[in-house]
Design a protein around this ligand. Structure first.
Ligand code: AMP
Length: 591
């Protein structure tokens, strides 16, 4: 396929925010797609050239792309950077300057999808001496052959920022439409943005959706699913099963406000487990080799040799897949550490053994999806749990089955919850004893219960101009609280979520930009300092110690709740409040 044709689809997708319309557009693209091209197209359409569980990364910086743009067009770096500030998106800059460039004679060849895909993948393999020059050369070559529209999307793909809004769910639905829309006489009505199908077709449609969803959850490989349907029909998907070494989407959990609600959702009796404050690992044992994947299915095997050793030593059998939460252990006191203490281990690329010695971790196995090469996805949780207890040895501070009780008694569950919190856990999980393991779904076989932290009233003291669709808006806001003596302000984080794209049903970027723009004190590239007058209420997951902000603290995952226009700035929260909440959290962790 011609890359220009693919970018026409990108353009169409970018123009609409309606999910159904996007599904329709994508289904048109997939309808005539050949099986050989499916890998390239299905990855590129999602803005990537490797599946997310693949260790390879494109590894290209803004700077390198600017250099390549300069080589391809002859336009100076300074001019490119100036345009970048104006347009807020390097992709659009690339489009503009390609339009401007006069040396059209230089255009050597028509770009094909396969070629673009292959070239971008090649970039990831370049390492060591001369890699930067080779990368720049390859990108410049692509851009030299590109039409303006192609240049825009090549740059965005390189920077892993495609932004056409084709999420996994939309692509999955589009696959079903591409193959079965005609057969089922499904029609998309763009005026009312709704789907119509004849009476009776719905059941068959749901059946197809479910099969495709299951296949995608198990393989995480849209191209493979596409190829099988194309070549063998929908029933070909039945032969897809779990494959050790290839991560599956993890089961997700719903939230309950309290124990009564948790019982309502998961039934009685229920299993209650500690909700460990660590990070999730999917552990694969394949022919004696251990592979580890994070929740976003990133391969982190290299970072955790200690986990692999513990698993090899203390888990019986081979060819299995476990679901576990890994927590940090203080090597001196043996107390459990909060997530932030071990987060650096996930990204660490050097001195791994040394760091593993300094920050040891413990593996808490809470589920199992394959054993002895056979799937146990459909087995009820109570049986999967029994299997875990049979095969996972309990070794203090190293590995063990997740702490669990089974009860129908709310008082007993409450006691367990208090104990969970006092040990430094985030909360408690409640699980349906009969529930199967449903990859990628938030079905409600598992429920989380966490204490709710109070919100903070803070003031906006800085912001950053957005990019892409948000180019005309301030989009990321630095938030501050009062100093202890209330004489000034001190930064505690940055908030960009909880804010609406459109001015309806909440505080929008446009509204905040209008409020702040007249009070800009200083510009520095894309960042601005503003007078502290706009007060907002923020929620957050946790307060962490941090060197990123001058308060020494950072709110983890802050989210804007509302504007507090009525509140005088002298009454917002102070650093003392922040410290107090931090210590409360900490004492929870250290008790
Ligand atoms: P949340 O991240 O708030 O949606 O909570 C779900 C996460 O809690 C899971 O993805 C796991 O990483 C983590 N977790 C900790 N302990 C458990 C447990 N016993 N069972 C399931 N998930 C757990």
């Amino acid at each position: 396929m011609d890359y220009l044709k693919l970018t026409d689809f990108y353009e169409k997708l970018e123009k609409t925010s309606k999910r159904l319309e996007k599904t329709e557009i994508l289904s048109q693209l997939l309808k005539d797609l050949r099986a050989e091209e499916s890998e390239a197209v299905l990855n590129l359409i999602q803005g990537r050239v490797f599946p997310n569980w693949d260790e390879r990364k494109i590894g290209v910086s803004d700077k390198l792309v600017i250099k390549a743009m300069n080589i391809a067009t002859g336009i100076s770096k300074e001019e490119i950077e100036k345009l970048w500030v104006k347009l807020g998106d390097l992709g659009e800059v690339s489009e503009e300057i390609t339009k401007k460039k006069k040396q059209t004679t230089l255009r050597s060849k028509k770009l094909m999808v396969d070629f673009v895909y292959k070239t971008i993948r090649e970039l990831a393999a370049l390492e060591g001496e001369g890699a930067v020059n080779k990368k720049t050369g390859l990108i410049a070559e692509l851009l030299t052959s590109a039409q303006p529209q192609e240049a825009k999307f090549i740059v965005r793909t390189l920077l892993e920022d495609l932004r056409v809004g084709a999420g996994e769910g939309t692509v999955r639905d589009a696959m079903v439409w591409a193959f079965f829309k005609e057969k089922l006489k499904i029609k998309y009505d763009p005026v009312n943005n709704q789907v119509e199908m004849p009476e009776g077709a719905r059941k068959e449609y749901d059946f197809y959706c479910e099969k495709v969803q299951r296949a995608c959850d198990l393989t995480n490989d849209f191209a493979e699913v596409f190829r099988i349907i194309k070549e063998e029909g929908i029933n070909g998907l039945d032969r897809i099963s779990l494959k050790g070494g290839k991560p599956i989407n993890m089961m997700l959990f719903q939230k309950a406000r309290n124990i009564a609600e948790a019982f309502e959702i998961v039934g009685k009796p229920a299993a209650f487990e500690y909700k460990y404050d660590g990070f999730r690992l999917q552990i694969h044992a394949v022919k004696g080799k251990i592979l580890l994947f994070t929740r976003s299915l990133e391969n982190v095997t290299a970072q955790f040799p200690d986990v692999a050793d513990a698993v090899k030593k203390y888990v019986k059998g081979d060819n299995y897949i476990l679901d576990a939460e890994v927590i940090g252990i203080d090597p001196k006191t043996k107390k459990w550490l909060p997530f932030q203490a071990i987060s650096q281990r996930i990204k660490r690329k050097y001195d791994i053994e040394e760091l593993a010695g300094k920050i040891p971790v413990m593996v808490n196995v809470f589920d199992i999806v394959q054993y002895g090469g056979k799937s146990v996805l459909e087995a009820p949780f109570k049986d999967r749990r029994k299997l875990i207890e049979k095969i996972v040895q309990e070794v203090p501070e190293k590995i063990g089955p997740a702490a669990e009780i089974i009860t129908s008694d709310p008082a007993e569950a409450e006691k367990f919850y208090k104990k969970a919190l006092s040990l430094g856990n985030e909360g408690m999980m409640a699980k349906n004893l009969e529930g199967i393991y449903k990859p990628g779904s938030r079905v409600g076989y598992g429920i989380k219960i966490k204490p709710i932290l109070e919100t903070l009233d803070v003031v906006i003291t800085g912001a950053e101009w957005g990019t892409g669709k948000r180019a005309n808006w301030l989009s990321s806001f630095t938030i501050s609280c009062l100093t202890k003596d209330k004489s000034g302000f001190i930064e505690v984080g940055q908030v960009g979520t909880g804010i609406k794209e459109k001015p309806e049903g909440g505080v929008s970027f446009e509204e905040l930009t209008k409020l702040l723009k007249p009070h800009v004190l200083k510009h520095e590239g894309k960042t601005v300092q503003v007078k502290p007058i706009v007060i907002i209420e923020v929620a957050y997951e946790e307060i962490q110690r941090s060197t990123n902000y001058n308060s020494g603290f950072a709110l983890r995952f802050p989210r804007l709740i509302t504007l507090r226009a009525e509140k005088p700035v002298k009454e917002i929260n102070t650093l003392e409040d922040v410290e107090k909440i931090y210590l409360q959290q900490r004492s929870r962790h250290l008790k």
